[in-house]
Write a protein that binds this ligand. Structure first.
Ligand code: TRP
Length: 326
């Protein structure tokens, strides 16, 4: 039996952080054996909020190195840039005829972005973000899309567009379904609900142990626990939420000793830092390898793009036939 297909993608914004690992990569790695995965570097999507393309190539390479270093296997799953496979733009144009402006304006992810980035007048391409994303998914006939909550509205739009195409021209596409990542978002070092580069509150996958220690030292904890001996409230503490993820065995002890006051924040943070670094150590070693073997990284990208292109072209032949544009 043929494996079901997964289309997973990220915008290349540079080096990835542990929030990406927890929220996405860990899941992608688990899924790569049971599904045929396609890993997309969504470089065109970056343009929707940033027209400066000076760093886009370098950022794509950095992200690819992080993907490889965490354990995604390029032999099992092609890794490729959206911009290098022209079929994305071709299918995007066709799909853009199958959805109304009104529907796209109701996209809650767009509304959030407009608010967060203070965008008053949205550009045409940004409005069409989910249409391009739909092309990314449908071009490879993706059955599932591993995403966090915020991307679910986009996948819903993809389902509508797939349905409309199939009804109108004949069945080509599966209706893709979201595969929700189980672990909730990792909060940032400043206590913000989201770890994010633009908020400058991240621990990078490439941070060495001294950097992780220094960053955790500055992180916020329970503001009512001022010195060792004060009873703490683990449920409001950022560091405790990291322990839950990166140090699950010690969680009952840490909880008890924080509450009683026996455990001070500095010790607790340093313990947390060493657990995070234990996870990062093998990733950093692989990263060092790839940084020294950039030709290998470029070959992986080249190979991924060649393989992805074959599938993309196959789909477009089918699309054109159904549309009598052959
Ligand atoms: N919108 C996704 C994000 O910001 C990135 C993305 C682009 C994507 N195309 C995709 C994700 C296709 C899944 C499938 O996270």
């Amino acid at each position: 039996m043929q494996k079901k297909r997964i289309l997973s993608g990220m915008r290349p914004t540079g080096k990835l952080h542990i929030g990406h690992y927890v929220g996405a990569l860990e899941n992608w790695i688990k899924l790569q054996d049971d599904y045929q995965s396609f890993h997309l570097i969504a470089d065109y999507h970056v343009l929707t909020t940033d027209l400066n393309t000076d760093d886009i190539y370098q950022n794509s390479i950095e992200m690819l190195i992080d993907w490889l270093s965490t354990g995604l296997d390029p032999v099992k799953s092609p890794m490729f840039r959206q911009s290098q496979i022209k079929e994305h733009t071709e299918l995007h144009l066709i799909l853009s005829m199958l959805i109304t402006v009104n529907r796209l304006e109701r996209n809650p992810t767009l509304k959030d972005q407009m608010r967060d980035l203070h965008i008053e007048h949205v550009i045409y391409g940004h409005l069409g973000y989910p249409v391009l994303q739909t092309a990314d998914i449908l071009l490879y006939k993706g059955n599932f899309v591993p995403v966090g909550e915020d991307q679910v509205p986009h996948v819903e739009i993809s389902r509508e567009i797939a349905r409309r195409f199939n009804n109108h021209y004949g069945k080509v596409f599966p209706e893709p379904e979201p595969l929700l990542t189980k672990f909730a978002r990792l909060p940032g070092l400043d206590g913000n609900a989201k770890m994010s580069k633009s908020l400058n509150n991240t621990i990078l996958l490439s941070d060495d142990s001294d950097t992780v220690k220094a960053k955790l030292k500055k992180a916020v904890t329970d503001p009512q626990k001022i010195r060792k001996g004060d009873p703490g409230r683990p449920e409001v503490c950022l560091i405790f939420s990291y322990h839950k993820k990166f140090n699950p065995e010690e969680v009952p002890d840490i909880e008890a000793n924080c509450k009683s006051g026996a455990l001070g924040c500095v010790d607790c943070k340093m313990n947390c830092a060493s657990n995070i670094s234990a996870l990062l150590q093998p990733i950093i070693e692989k990263r060092n390898y790839y940084e020294k073997h950039l030709d290998e990284v470029k070959d992986i990208l080249n190979d991924g793009e060649t393989r992805a292109r074959v599938d993309a072209q196959k789909t477009m032949i089918e699309v054109r036939e159904k549309m009598k544009l052959g």
